[in-house]
Design a protein around this ligand. Structure first.
Ligand code: TNX
Length: 547
């Protein structure tokens, strides 16, 4: 396979639309040039010709194209029977070559895995050529191609648009800025069945989000079955905020989520929140409580009142609990990270917190995973090597969280940034619209409501002075669900603001530091057309030229 290099023509990140049509790619690619040439057209004869190991990308693309257009779209191996299938003008050629040279300049060191996610895409009257160095890159490239097709491509059984299934002539050379581009879903405050999580994963994949952090346990619910501890998902999973009913994932359910995510090159990060946020577990097993007395289940939305016991009397039960839970969850999880929470343990004395965090992080590290936790973990000076701290204070940090985040970096760890005043998807919209269920949803504690513009107006390297790009693994948009009862309400809060977070995580740091807000809002409007087709709930916030 010949190494592929691409000319880097006029590099125009976020260039608005091609001549003659409202199409764009979001997050803005590292480089995108619209060519003054005829478009590609997908026809009845279109094939997807695959050279190299492109993973799931060709089949997922073929499914999407078949369902919308009704065309057969066969997936063809380029080298079947020793003959190389020559691509025709209506074909889509996908080449994966680990040796292909970088289509764009090498990523910053922080990107870590970023190099393998690069791809190049050439579209026009001669056909579509997608080139990547890995299956992940190929998948990401197909998400760009998807956005260059008419929005109707998202709808099964769609009518062909006037002008046909065309893609404007373009040249894209792209790779992510950060390796970790995450979303978090709190399935503890309210439970969301597997199908709902899959729906969320589908919508995230379009935005090149590559991590879904599942907040699996909290005071109001324990959502993952653990062998030997049946009451965690018995008593512990019977509740939710507001008495809206319980639920939990069996090991098989969790495996389905992991597999669905993996097919879309999304890594699941499981979180077991410890040692606070544990009322559900404490209510299920008296022996985990100081004094051995179980509290009643909890359905309110206060935080900071529960804690595992650090006392010698409960040490045997607590250590067995930590080992069983963390080992089993790690074994079910193919990804590299195991999140142990650590936040808001206000009911744990400082001494007990350090003792418990030591036991928790050592047990987690012994599973072979990289330990991840909220920035409070920085209180410990003895974190396992390479611990990832998740910063959840503000764009303008308060003194203590800033210090805790620095402590993690000083110990050789890295950070995932989730500044609550811009990246928390559960903060209210300014106009406080009714949800799809007609309810007022969202919280306001992080400096009030968050606009789309605010979600888009921050720079990861400017939050914590002294923490440079190499120490930032990536960014994540958490969605806490105290006020959200079903997946429509989840989507309604996530879209469109998560687009801002996904773009900050993916796209190059804007030259001169200024983001192109108008161009971004125009591109969000085009995503809105796609959400209309997929039935994804979103809030049409002001300022976006929705069509
Ligand atoms: C703070 S952010 C929490 C969560 C709440 C959230 C609500 C963090 C680490 N802890 O327990 O659900 O605020 O926005």
């Amino acid at each position: 396979v010949a190494a592929v290099t691409l000319p880097l023509a006029g590099c125009a990140p976020g260039a608005e639309s091609p001549p003659g049509g409202a199409r764009a790619v979001t997050p803005a690619p590292a480089a995108l040039t619209w060519a003054d040439a005829g478009p590609y057209e997908l026809t009845e004869g279109t094939r997807i010709i695959v050279d190299g190991d492109a993973g799931t990308a060709p089949d997922l693309l073929a499914d999407l194209l078949r369902e919308a257009t009704g065309h057969p779209v066969p997936v063809v191996d380029a080298s079947t029977d020793g003959t190389v299938a020559a691509a025709d003008a209506d074909d889509i050629a996908i080449t994966v070559d680990p040796e292909a040279s970088a289509p764009v300049p090498e990523p910053a060191p922080a990107a870590g895995t970023g190099r393998d996610e690069a791809y190049a895409l050439e579209t026009g009257a001669d056909g579509v050529e997608l080139t990547a160095r890995s299956a992940a890159g190929a998948f990401l490239g197909t998400q760009s191609l998807r956005q260059l097709l008419p929005a109707a491509i998202e709808r099964p059984g769609a009518d062909a648009p006037d002008g046909g299934w065309t893609v404007p002539a373009a040249s894209v050379a792209d790779r992510p800025r950060f390796a970790y581009r995450g979303a978090m879903l709190d399935v503890a405050r309210h439970f969301f069945p597997v199908e709902g999580v899959e729906r969320y994963l589908d919508a995230l994949a379009l935005l090149k989000v590559n991590v879904l952090h599942l907040h699996l346990t909290d005071d109001q619910g324990w959502r993952i079955a653990i062998d030997g501890w049946p009451e965690l998902t018995g008593i512990g999973a019977s509740t939710s905020v507001g008495g809206d009913g319980g639920g939990s994932y069996s090991a098989e359910d969790y495996r389905r989520i992991v597999a669905y995510a993996a097919a879309r090159h999304i890594t699941i990060v499981p979180e077991i929140d410890l040692p606070g946020h544990t009322n559900a577990a404490l209510s299920a097993y008296p022996e985990l409580n100081p004094g051995g007395v179980a509290p009643p289940p909890y359905e309110g939305f206060e935080v900071g009142f529960s804690s595992l016991s650090a006392a010698p009397e409960e040490a045997e039960a607590t250590n067995r609990f930590l080992a069983d839970v963390l080992t089993q969850v790690a074994a079910l999880t193919p990804g590299p990270w195991l999140h142990v929470g650590g936040d808001e343990s206000h009911a744990t004395s400082e001494e007990d917190y350090l003792d418990l965090v030591g036991r928790i992080t050592a047990t987690a590290a012994a599973t072979g995973k990289t330990v991840m936790g909220w920035h409070e973990l920085g209180a410990s000076g003895d974190l396992p090597e390479g611990t990832i701290g998740q910063y959840w204070n503000f764009v303008e940090p308060e003194a203590e969280p800033e210090e805790l985040a620095h402590s993690i970096v000083d110990q050789g760890g890295r950070l995932v940034l989730s500044p609550a005043d811009v990246a928390y998807l559960d903060m209210k919209y300014v106009d406080d619209p009714p949800s799809p269920q007609g309810r007022r949803v969202g919280l306001e504690w992080a400096k009030g409501a968050t606009t789309l513009d605010e979600a888009y107006s921050w720079e990861p390297t400017e939050i914590l002075p002294g923490v440079d790009e190499a120490a930032i693994l990536g960014i994540e948009a958490p969605l806490w669900t105290e006020t959200l009862r079903d997946i429509d309400e989840v989507e309604f809060m996530a879209f469109p603001r998560i687009v801002a977070i996904a773009e900050i995580a993916w796209s190059p740091r804007p030259a001169g530091g200024e983001r192109d807000h108008d161009g971004f809002f125009d591109r969000v409007a085009l995503l809105g057309q796609r959400w209309d087709e997929t039935g994804t709930a979103y809030h049409p916030v002001g300022g976006v030229p929705w069509v």
